[in-house]
Design a protein around this ligand. Structure first.
Ligand SMILES: Nc1ncnc2c1ncn2[C@@H]1O[C@H](COP(=O)(O)OP(=O)(O)O)[C@@H](O)[C@H]1O
Ligand SMILES: [Mg+2]
Length: 258
């Protein structure tokens, strides 16, 4: 099972859309089995797949409970190849609880749970949708991951926090997870404006940040697709964003083979 963290310290850059649509494209177009982990208290990924709830166990229990079988938390979705490990607002408390409980390792709890899942050999990929933050649950995600993908929406402040995030990735790699690698930055919501073109050019000229060749075009269908709780390739297969997410996953898989 290959584990991929989708992360950026900024909100509204299409982290959730990238996690959910990458999962959908891998599942439907490449016939891969995917576990989507919702690591954001907002629970947007859980909502998008219809599994947001306060009555069932969630990621909070994975982080705080001892000897919990992770399979008790994983929910099925209407997509045969996509399951979700959901989150909700209890994650705020769970993060605090993990921070206070230094009797057990604090940074490896998600990894330990995902190792249990990986052993069963059911999933090909695990994709973690993160909150726009560095906190104990995002550090847990980095410790559990092989690859990091950073979605970036070009605007005046688009590159703020990128250096800090890269440092966090490097620290995590040095201290806790030597497998961790920055797979690349993915430009999202791309419009054919001078600002977007220049921003993309600038990023591609930075040797320390790998950037995917594919960018995700802005498309009005994307917001519509979120209201109908459909991945974009299902909602509007011919939209630019759908074609781009399909091309992006192909590029990701091709690069992984090299
Ligand atoms: N390719 C796109 N085209 C149009 N709108 C987009 C696109 N990607 C993201 N958006 C808009 O940005 C909003 C935030 O996306 P989301 O994935 O929730 O960001 P994050 O998880 O980083 O906070 C979405 O609700 C959608 O309206
Ligand atoms: Mg989100």
């Amino acid at each position: 099972m290959k584990t991929i963290s989708i992360i950026n310290l900024k909100g509204g850059v299409a982290k959730t859309l990238t996690a959910d649509n990458m999962a959908h494209v891998l599942a439907v177009f490449h016939n891969k089995r995917v576990l989507l982990v919702d690591n954001d208290k907002q629970g947007n990924t859980s909502k998008a797949f219809g599994v947001h709830s306060y009555d069932e166990k969630s990621l909070s229990d994975i982080l705080t409970a001892r000897r919990l079988d992770p399979w008790e938390v994983i929910r099925k979705t209407r997509f045969e190849n996509i399951d979700v490990l959901p989150a909700n607002m209890t994650l705020i408390r769970a993060n605090l609880e993990v921070m206070m409980d230094s009797a057990r390792p604090q940074q490896t709890r998600l990894r330990d749970a995902l190792n249990v899942v990986a052993k069963d050999g059911f999933y090909d990929y695990c994709i973690i949708d993160n909150a726009p933050d560095i906190n104990i649950s995002t550090i847990n995600a980095l410790v559990a991951s092989d690859d990091v993908i950073i979605p970036i929406k070009i605007d005046k402040y688009a590159f703020d926090g990128l250096a800090e995030l890269k440092e966090q990735i490097e620290d995590t790699r040095d201290d806790l997870n030597p497998r961790l690698r920055l797979a690349g930055c993915l430009i999202t919501c791309f419009q054919r404006t001078d600002a977007d073109r220049q921003g993309e050019e600038w990023l591609k000229a930075q040797p320390e940040y790998p950037v995917f060749d594919t960018h995700i075009r802005y498309s009005e269908k994307v917001t519509e697709s979120t209201f109908s709780e459909s991945p974009i390739a299902e909602y509007s297969r011919r939209s630019g964003a759908a074609m781009d997410y399909i091309a992006f996953v192909r590029e990701y898989l091709r690069r992984g083979k090299q």
